[in-house]
Design a protein around this ligand. Structure first.
Ligand SMILES: *Cc1c(COP(=O)(O)O)cnc(C)c1O
Length: 352
């Protein structure tokens, strides 16, 4: 830290992303990316439809907002795109948290929530999960705090139903509820249809997982137009050209080819069921996942040790050091071939 670093940021603990190593080719199952390339039709479309790069991008991102609005059956003013949904999570936290409305979220969830709370000097209320790692809906009723819930949750993969989430929304009429649906396309149900009914709901989704577009950084939020307008006030104060021309053009192509991403998500779901069964055969406990990853542990080896040994064998998974989950590893669902390599290496390690 230099002696010039602002006092107010001295205690920040920044987000620690999953490794993106360059030293060798790994079977990379650690950051929940899609193993499939972006839709070839989308790239083809973008070739002829990219706004010139000597011009700034459209600060209102009208084409993309219109396409998203059509896809999700909402109005264009109920949509805001972001440079990854991470950017939008931060704007939502800036917009809707203050001394009276701390940020409330599950104690075991996406590691970015505490980071943005810290960045914005907002108090966090971390709510423990049940013993079986599910979210206890009753803990969130009448909280009157700004609630962030990843659904499905990460890194557990466990989902709530929209009816359960609706109970939370209804019981917090004077605070905002944000549902982070980064993984919703792998078997959970979206809360976007509830946006028409409630003025205090924001739903975020991303192009990074089911849409194979992590490297381009694109997410979006859908919510009541007044909430979206508040988030736009912050976007226009931080990064008014947050979506670049290349990203917008390919994204329009992705939205025009929904069958491609649906077919890929079906393969991921199939492969998830396959990996779950195979790990259970080997004595692992696997939490019931609705995401493109599973969260698993075995009594045969410490989670951190298994992570290290897999890495030495060329397979990367994600290990977290938080006490309650330190025996688990989060494994991204890849192709069948990747999963077979993982299983073969696990067999080798556990026999060794
Ligand atoms: C991956 C992820 C995101 C966001 O990803 P972006 O790439 O920034 O869109 C948001 N929430 C959760 C829970 C995630 O796992």
């Amino acid at each position: 830290m230099s002696r010039f670093f602002s006092e107010k940021y001295k205690n920040l603990s920044p987000y620690v992303p999953g490794e993106q190593p360059q030293d060798m080719q790994y079977v990379k199952l650690n950051t929940n990316e899609s193993p499939f390339p972006v839709s070839p039709k989308a790239l083809e479309f973008a070739k002829d439809n990219t706004r010139a790069l000597n011009l700034y991008s459209d600060p209102d991102c009208r084409k993309l907002r219109n396409a998203l609005a059509e896809t999700f059956d909402v109005g264009p003013d109920e949509v805001i795109p972001g440079n990854g949904s991470d950017e939008l999570l931060n704007y939502a936290l800036m917009a809707f948290c203050d001394d009276k409305h701390p940020a409330a979220y599950p104690e075991i969830s996406y590691g970015f929530y505490p980071v943005i709370a810290g960045l914005n000097l907002v108090k966090s209320h971390e709510i423990p999960l049940n013993d079986d790692f599910t979210i206890n809906v009753n803990d969130y009723k009448g909280l009157n705090e700004t609630i962030f819930i990843a659904n499905p949750n990460a890194p557990t993969g466990i989902a709530l139903s929209p009816a359960q989430i609706e109970e939370i929304i209804v019981s917090n009429p004077d605070s905002v509820v944000l549902i982070d649906e980064a993984y919703v396309d792998f078997g959970a149900e979206s809360c976007i249809p509830l946006v028409k009914k409630y003025k205090n709901l924001i739903v975020t989704q991303t192009f990074s997982k089911s849409r194979s577009f992590a490297g381009a950084r694109l997410g979006f939020a859908i919510g009541d137009k007044e909430l979206i307008s508040d988030m736009n006030t912050l976007r226009n104060s931080c990064n008014p050209y947050n979506i670049n021309n290349l990203t917008e053009a390919v994204a329009l192509g992705i939205l025009a080819d929904p069958e491609y991403e649906k077919a890929n998500s079906r393969i991921i779901i199939e492969n998830r069921e396959y990996l779950t069964k195979e790990l259970e055969k080997r004595g692992f406990e696997v939490l019931p996942s609705c995401a493109n990853f599973i969260f698993a542990q075995t009594a045969a080896m410490d989670g951190g040790e298994l992570y290290q040994k897999l890495k030495a064998e060329g397979v990367l998974v994600r290990h977290f050091t938080k006490e309650r989950i330190r025996n688990f590893n989060r494994i991204t669902i890849g192709t069948k071939e990747q999963l077979n390599v993982l299983l073969e290496r696990i067999d080798k390690i556990l026999k060794g």
